[in-house]
Design a protein around this ligand. Sequence first.
Ligand code: CO
Length: 210
Amino acid sequence: MLYYKDILRKNREWAASKLEKNPHYFDKMAKGQTPPLLWIGCADSRVPSSEIIGAEPGEVFTHRNIANMVIHTDINMLSVLEYAVNALKVRHIIVCGHYGCGGVKAAMGHSTVGFVGKWIRHIKDIYNKYKTEVDSIEDENARWNRLVELNVQEQIVDLAKTSIVQSAWKNGQNLYLHGWVYDIKTGIANDLEVSMEDASKLDDIYKIHL
Ligand code: CO
């Protein structure tokens, strides 16, 4: 119970430190949110979205799942995306993967069953798509890292395939999709330069005639 009591105490200390700097800090928060950013990241405890970009509460609308996936039947992700784009009008969506991702690693193996097994099958499809490239990498860790990057790249495209994102673009809303990879060993996040700001790079078959 020590740990549990400790985190409650730390919460009180955190709130007090915010009030010390600005007595109206939480009054302002309570008035509503206008976050500029939707973050889609891995559930991994080592990649806390707000903390690694020095963001304050109110800045990052967040969706996290195992291996930062954008699955087009995932009503949870779609609800977050719809609300973030249509109601909050976020300008940026960052899909942030990370090296050392256990979900991606599991997808490269053959022993994961249950719900996680079903979930990571989507990553197996990506592995299969880029099999020639990934399998040509000799070092196992480098192969894993590359699949982490390819997974992010594919999630950006999957975001662009949604009617939510395509409608926003068609309506002239400024909406930028960015793919990042965070390195747990250094704390540094890199932009993979797979950004999209319109549907021009999307394969024609995925373009919705709105
Ligand atoms: Co992960």
